[in-house]
Design a protein around this ligand. Sequence first.
Ligand code: GAL
Length: 366
Amino acid sequence: MLGMAVIAISSCGSNKKKEMVTTQEFGLSGGKEVFLYSLTNKAGNEIKLINYGAAIVQIDVPDRNGVKENVTFGYDSFGGYEKGDLYFGKVVGQYANRIAKGKLTIDSVEYSLSLNNGPNTLHGGNTGWHSRVWDAQVLKNTDFPAVRFTYNKPDMEEGYPGNVVAEVVYTWTDDNEIIMDYKVTTDRKTVLNITNHAYFNLHGAGNGDILDHEMMIKASAFTPVDSTLIPTGELRPVEGTPFDFRTPHTIGERIGEEYDQLILGLGYDHNFVLDNAEEVDAVVYDPLTGRVLEVITDQPGVQLYTGNFLDGSQTGIGGKVYNYRSGFCLETQHFPDSPNKPVFPSVILTPEEPFLSSTIYRFSVK
Ligand code: GAL
C-alpha cells in the first residue's frame, strides 16, 4: 500500500469553509493510481470514496446519541478491494445483476458475455466496472463536497457493444445525503443497468446482523426468480407474501418462512418493482441506534439483498468481520435479465439519448 499522506485539500462552496474534500493515495492497480477521497459536510460528518470501482468505502454518521460509526462495508486498504469480490460500495456495470446464460440480442445480433455466476453473467462479468480504475475529479464551486468518477469502456469489453462513457457524481450534502448522479452515453446501441452495491448495517458495519432492522419498500410487486436467480418474467403482487414491505417489517420477521421465493433466494435476493409514487422509495430504521436510511431513486426497481452469501471470510475496516446477514443492499436498478424479458422496461441505450439517473441515500435519526 502506498503512503497515506494527504496530497490535496479542496474547499468547496466559498462560504462553507468547513466542507471539504481531501485526497490521499490508496493503491495501484494495473499501473493506475487509486485515491481515497474524504468528503466532510458542514455537519462534520464524513464519507470516503475511491476511484477503484467508483466505490463508497466509508459512511460515518451519528446515532440518536450523536455517536458516529461507519455504517457501510469497506476495507482498510486497497488489497481488500483487489481481492474482495463482493462489490462493497462499488458501482456495478455495464449490466448490474444477472443476464441469463450470458446471452443478449440487439437488432438480431447475438452477444455473448462471460459466465461468472453458474450459468449466468453477474454484475457486468469478471472484469466489470467495479474492478476498473475510474478517472476522478474533485468538483469545485459546488454547494457541497462532490467528486466525479468517469469510466471509458471500450467497445466489446466483457462482450458488451459500444464505446461507453459512464459517469457518476457523488455529492455529500449537509443533510447527510449521498446523491449519486449517473450519466452514461454510448456510440452504438447497447444495454445498460447501473447501480451502487453498498452494504449497510445501521448498528455499524460489523456489529451483528441486520435482522432487527425495520424495512419499508414502496413496491406492490416483485420479480420471482428461478433456481439460478434469473427472473421468471412474472410480476408477482407482494400482497399476502413475505415480500410485502409496504408497511414496516423487520428484515428477520419472515425471512425464514417456507415461501418458494425465500427458499430459492436463500433469503431476500430479489428485485422489487417500485411504485415510484412518492419521493422516498425505501426506508430502513434501526431501533437500537435510531439510525434511518432512506433510498430515493428514479429507477424502476431495487434489489433487496440480505447478505445471504456473507460468511465471515471478509474482514473490513477496523478489523470488523462481516458475517452472514450482517449487511443488506438496496441496489436501485432496472430489472435483472431485462435484455431477455421483453415485458420488463427497456434497458437499451442508444447514441441518441444519454442515460441520466439519480439515486440518493439519506441518513438521519429518530
Ligand atoms: C447481489 C446479488 C446477489 C449476490 C451479491 C454479491 O446484487 O443479487 O445474488 O450475487 O450481489 O455477492
